[in-house]
Design a protein around this ligand. Structure first.
Ligand code: NAG
Ligand code: NAG
Ligand code: NAG
Length: 355
């Protein structure tokens, strides 16, 4: 992709929005997805399939789809394109021996590169499949954005990969339920196949961090809107050509400021609130397949629209291992599920992983 003057203007304008986590070094924005994505040629696709150790499904999507189903496919494409950009940059950093990405043992390096190249190609196929399905339903495919990643070495990159993979593992549960609600039963099975693939990836990411591979008996669930917001933290504002075609909500940013361990503790976090309804806010946690947990939120400081607050993270009472999605909600609950939490969310998701 050639950076047009227009794009450069857009990006430098974006960098003026101080609330957004934006860098504007040219090296960060000169991005191109690998293998001709999002629209690979037949020969490029054949190469991706070789690297992925497998093929795109050769079955057609069903003739019709619900509106909910279209939103699912758009969100999946939006997320997978981001993952492709991430893993492509990670493989490049390692193969080019960028500082922070060097391995002393060549065998280690070979295995890591082989693993990541397969993951990259597998993510490429997920993205292509979702966009092909959109085209099949006569809907615009989702175009890639320009991305940046707040990591600077192999360990921080893998920690981030673990985090967004956990979010996606929960989000894909939500897509299956939404397909079911929209009677798109022909699309549900493939999502289950993708969840399994990402679960395998996650086991390996976890091992690289010295953790046991399997995180939870029932992985933490999610909501499409949380994933939509989370991915946007890695895109340059204004760089996504058709993000406006994805009818999902973007919440205010929630930043967890405490580094957490496996114990109950009060945590500090910050978020934006443009409504000034702070007396009516709560901290809500989603973990595993359990009912969301709601805690009182105490405001520590309020300057402009930025609020710093504390709330209890009740690890001991609920065995809050693995991913916890936290959200500042406008309602005390009780919440029936993650979708219910998303409906009442002001800021989130704050992502916490314990063990
Ligand atoms: C690749 O390395 C550059 C330079 O250190 C860094 O800015 C970028 O975030 C890294 N990307 C990934 C995905 O590790
Ligand atoms: C959290 O803060 C509250 C209020 O200050 C305090 O009563 C409670 O003991 C604290 N809980 C923990 C686990 O530190
Ligand atoms: C909210 O309150 C802050 C601090 O008191 C103030 O600066 C801001 O203008 C208020 N915003 C709205 C939308 O009322």
């Amino acid at each position: 992709m050639h950076l047009s003057g227009f794009l450069l203007a857009l990006l430098s304008a974006a960098s003026l929005i101080s609330a957004a986590p934006v860098k504007n070094r040219a090296s960060d924005i000169d991005q191109e997805l690998p293998d001709g994505l999002p629209y690979p040629s037949p020969s490029e696709l054949a190469l991706v399939e070789q690297h992925a150790h497998g093929t795109l499904p050769n079955t057609s999507p069903p003739p019709v789809v619900s509106n909910k189903g279209i939103t699912n496919l758009r969100l999946i494409a939006f997320n997978e394109l981001f993952e492709v950009a991430f893993f492509n940059e990670l493989v490049t950093n390692i193969t080019e021996n960028v500082e922070g990405y060097r391995f002393s043992d060549p065998d280690d390096k070979n295995l890591v590169v082989a693993s990541l190249e397969a993951i990259l190609a597998q993510e490429e196929l997920h993205a292509i499949r979702a966009n092909n399905a959109l085209s099949h339903f006569h809907v615009n495919p989702i175009e890639p954005c320009q991305y940046f990643f707040p990591v600077k070495d192999f360990d921080s990159a893998l920690t981030l990969a673990s985090k967004f993979t956990d979010v996606v593992l929960g989000t894909l549960q939500d897509t299956i339920e939404r397909f079911a609600l929209g009677h798109d039963y022909d699309l549900a099975r493939e999502i289950a196949a993708i969840i399994a693939n990402k679960g395998e990836q996650q086991g390996w990411f976890r091992m690289q961090q010295g953790k046991i591979p399997s995180e939870l008996p029932f992985t933490t669930t999610g909501d499409l809107n949380f994933a939509f917001t989370a991915v946007q933290r890695f895109v340059y504002p204004g760089s996504c050509p058709n993000i406006n075609e994805i009818p999902l909500r973007t919440f205010e940013t929630l930043e967890i400021l405490t580094s957490l361990g496996p114990k109950s503790q009060n945590i500090t976090f910050s978020f934006q609130d443009w409504t000034n309804e702070t007396s009516k806010l709560w901290m809500t946690y989603i973990n595993q397949q359990n009912l969301p947990i709601v805690e009182h939120l105490d405001i520590v400081s309020h300057s402009g629209n930025t609020i710093v607050a504390t709330a209890l993270f009740p690890y001991d009472d609920h065995e809050l291992n693995g991913l916890t999605i936290s959200a500042v909600t406008r309602k005390e609950g009780p919440f029936g599920d993650a979708n219910d939490v998303a409906k009442w969310t002001l800021a989130g998701p704050g992502l916490i992983i314990i063990n």
